[in-house]
Design a protein around this ligand. Structure first.
Ligand code: GDP
Ligand code: IMO
Ligand code: MG
Length: 430
């Protein structure tokens, strides 16, 4: 078995795209297993700079099979646009397959997302507005349209009619625009035509690859602290972005996964609403944002920045059985004289070392910090652990101790080669 799950360890944007791009060099298959085009995965490699939303980050190797898995929700218009942008850079898609079981983000989902956010007022989640939550809700409600349906025009029409009957009543209730059957159906047929060579029953492809012992990467989107069960509910996304969701969304059993690689930034960021105990609202926060170019890949929104939260990270390591940490953006800390790591929370007169389930309590906790000296030296050119300044090494070793997992992969710049591999990356697959 050679399956590696690459998952986000914080609130998203940890650099999953860059890690998958690196590991995809040695992979036969990459499967995006959850989320939709709320994700924005930046990849900088010899082909250029790319912002991927739905297309797996293994697409740059024509030998690697890329699958948009069953657990993903697909906006066909967004996917076609993304493919067009990639095609302009010379990327081809013979190696891309979309699960016929993946659900479609419909135009009414976008409308619903927008209206629901505006009605949440101060409690708004700060969704990406891509219709992802409403699409997952309809999947559970069992009125979803799936990618495979786009290829069956005779059954598509009654399915869309049934869905619209329900959705239009709701949209009217919300004060939104009802949507008509004919143009909706016509558009879906058009998408079906455009994508028909790419929509497939992906299960046999995956199981044959597992049977051959191929190296398979499961590409996460979002992150564990945005998980609908384990994240900072209700300020979460509507899927299960962790290792369990990887199995479910890709269609493989937990015992077929050889290792789980958790991607963490060397500090923390979050975009959208919700509690963030280590958030920095001072000039250090601004420095992190500017040095780290912390603006959303999908929405362009400024990301909230803060110190590394080891309480949250250890929780995520436990939830997902993380075997290795990939610590990204270490270089962003290069200028800071001192660094803080959160090792516990003060909640009222209590000290706790876990994340409370209540968003109210989590927004009240005061982080307990451990201070470490900075290194104030550029790490840009380091390509081995030994080449890192001693204080950077100490920082990483402390993160390992506090989280309980080894920092096996470290990155010191956005490009593929700005990586420190403390063990050969092929060993993740063993
Ligand atoms: P993802 O959603 O987890 O794939 O992450 P994003 O692409 O949304 O955000 C990560 C951002 O950090 C992107 O702009 C990357 O180019 C950038 N990045 C990734 N790794 C590094 C790194 O080691 N150093 C620096 N400076 N930037 C990085
Ligand atoms: P990647 O894969 C960061 C956040 C949104 C919002 C919440 C719910 O690039 O790491 P949604 O549109 O999913 O209903 O929004 O989740 N969010 C992300 N934040 N990175 C992402 O993806 C995200 N996808 C969703 O900002 O707070
Ligand atoms: Mg992102």
């Amino acid at each position: 078995m050679s399956v590696v799950a690459v998952i986000g360890g914080q609130w998203g944007d940890e650099g999953k795209g860059r890690v998958v791009d690196l590991l995809a060099q040695q992979s036969h298959m990459v499967i995006r297993y959850s989320g939709g085009n709320n994700a924005g995965h930046t990849v900088i490699n010899d082909r250029g700079t790319f912002k991927l939303h739905l297309v797996p980050a293994g697409i740059f190797n024509s030998e690697t099979v890329n699958i948009i898995g069953t657990g993903v929700v697909v906006d066909p218009a967004a996917l076609l646009e993304e493919m067009e942008t990639l095609a302009a850079a010379g990327v081809t898609f013979d190696n891309l397959f979309i699960s016929d079981r993946a659900h479609v983000i419909m135009p009414y989902h976008l409308e619903q997302d927008r209206i629901q956010e505006s009605q949440r007022g101060d409690g708004r989640i700060g969704t990406t507005g891509r219709g992802v939550g409403p699409a997952y809700s309809d999947k559970m409600e069992r009125i979803g349209i799936r990618m495979g349906d786009l290829l069956h025009e005779e059954t598509l029409l009654p399915r869309v009619r049934r869905a619209l009957d329900v959705k239009n009543k709701l949209l009217e209730l919300y004060g939104g625009q009802p949507q008509s059957l004919e143009p909706t159906y016509a558009k879906l047929r058009e998408y079906g035509q455009a994508l028909k060579a790419r929509i497939a029953t992906t299960h046999p492809l995956v199981q044959q690859a597992i049977g051959r012992g191929d190296r398979i990467l499961l590409e996460g989107a979002q992150a564990s602290l945005l998980d609908v069960d384990w994240g900072t509910y209700p300020y979460v996304t509507s899927s299960a972005p962790g290792a369990a969701g990887a199995c479910q969304g890709a269609g493989i059993g937990p015992r077929q996964v050889s290792s789980v690689l958790g991607v963490f930034k060397a500090y923390s960021t979050r975009v959208g609403g919700g509690p963030f105990p280590t958030e920095l609202l001072d000039e250090t926060g601004t420095e992190l944002r500017e040095r780290g170019h912390e603006y959303g890949t999908t929405t362009g929104r400024p990301r909230r920045c803060g110190w590394f939260d080891a309480v949250a990270a250890r929780y995520v390591v436990e939830l997902n059985g993380i075997d290795h940490l990939a610590i990204t953006k270490l270089d962003v800390l290069d200028t800071l004289p001192t660094l803080q790591i959160c090792t516990g929370y003060q909640l009222g007169d209590q000290t706790i070392n876990y994340m409370p389930s209540s968003d109210v309590e989590l927004s009240q906790v005061k982080p307990i910090y451990e201070e470490l000296p900075g290194w104030q030296t550029s790490t840009d050119d380091a390509r081995s652990f030994d080449e890192l300044p001693p204080n950077a090494q100490r920082y990483l070793l402390r993160l390992e101790e506090l989280t309980g997992a080894p920092a096996t992969l470290i990155s010191v710049g956005p490009a593929r080669d700005a990586s420190i591999e403390r063990v050969p990356t092929y060993s993740f697959f063993a």
